[in-house]
Write a protein of this length. Sequence first.
Length: 217
Amino acid sequence: MAFIKTILLLLMSLWGALFLYNSFLPPISTLMAARVLTLRHVERSYVPIKRISPHLVRAVIAAEDGKFCDHHGVDWKALHGVVAKVVDDDADASHGASTITMQTVKNIFLWMGHSYVRKGIEIPMALVVDAFWGKRRVMENYLNVAEFGRGIFGAEAAARHYFGKSAASLNAREAAQLTAILPNPIKRSATRPSAYVSRYTARIMARAPSADSACTR
């Protein structure tokens, strides 16, 4: 009974947060909140998706979640592949097969780091978030809370920090460069890329034009 009450409380809290973030408040990430509470520097300007370059939308889909427009928050086929790899090779399933929706859930509602517990919570929450917000809103929030450097959150702050321009003005290469640093934004730089980041940028640029971003328009 206590477990059921806990689940119901979590669901009610999630629906309340989704409603507030959808109607009144621009979402912030738990990482951003932690920096604010500890008086560390934060750069973030929330902008609607219409003020974010389509190049960046396609770049993150190409790099992070190629089936973003096709699934309902969870890529079950990719997740099954990760589980199968764990069974066959004793690999770590606490990360991998993470969709943009799942990353958005993690960034806004959960905690960083790899954890089976967090992944178990993240999956059902991603289904709820995808159904409630829809693809366009999920992408908008993802691009406004993703960390692009120490204390730099969201596409607008990242574009101005690295390139001195708005997120709407990013060209294809700049969008790919920002996307290439997302897996490790503290150690990677969009303007001083390592050889690996440069190669990754090139791969993203090659895939981005064919990325399906119709669901975000």
